[in-house]
Design a protein around this ligand. Structure first.
Ligand code: DQA
Length: 170
């Protein structure tokens, strides 16, 4: 038994050893943000979203890593690499949201607390977008606020990390 003091030391130690890293993954076609269907996804480019995330991360004292791929396998590989050193995953799997068992399994296997993000409100769109393979395994879902959805998700990630740290200290 570690006891309260031991748990507190362990939590403090892990804070020192590992920065509080949040990984943000963007799925297929999100590299075209800004040009792609701006009436649905807005005019903000992916690089601007990533820049805003990193800036908010500095304010929240989080290290933000970002990754975009059009390939399902590359996204699975990136999730596996995150295992053990990323505290929270924020992911917009884009079209893979609706189809990918592999991404769901990777998140489950890596035991990563996850926030699902979408720029658009998928429930206000075609019915094939209403199903998400990851909805049942994520902590929560944020959608419909355009680029702001990501920033809200980062704030949610910070809350999750704080709650986890407090639980370790209790
Ligand atoms: C999306 C919604 C998906 O249905 C779509 O395939 C995307 C983007 C969103 O962020 O609103 O590519 O995930």
């Amino acid at each position: 038994m570690k006891g309260k003091a031991g748990a507190r030391e362990a939590a403090a130690g892990s804070e020192l050893r590992e920065p509080r890293t949040v990984l943000v993954i963007h799925g297929p076609n999100l590299n075209l943000l800004g040009e792609r269907e701006p009436e649905v996804y807005g005019r903000t480019r992916l690089e601007d979203i990533d820049r805003s995330l990193k800036q908010l991360g500095r304010e929240l004292r989080l290290k933000v890593e970002t990754f975009q791929s059009n390939s399902e396998g590359a996204i699975v590989d990136r999730i596996q690499q995150a295992r053990g050193h990323v505290r929270v995953l924020v992911i917009n799997p884009a079209a893979y949201t609706h189809t990918s068992v592999a991404i769901r399994d990777a998140i489950t296997a890596c035991e990563l607390p996850t926030v699902e993000v979408h720029l658009s409100n998928v429930y206000a769109r075609e019915s094939f977008r209403h199903h998400s393979t990851i909805a049942g395994i994520v902590v929560g879902r944020i959608m419909g606020f355009g680029a702001e959805s990501y920033l809200l998700a980062l704030r949610a990630a910070k809350r999750l990390i704080e709650a986890e740290t407090a639980a370790a200290e209790a």
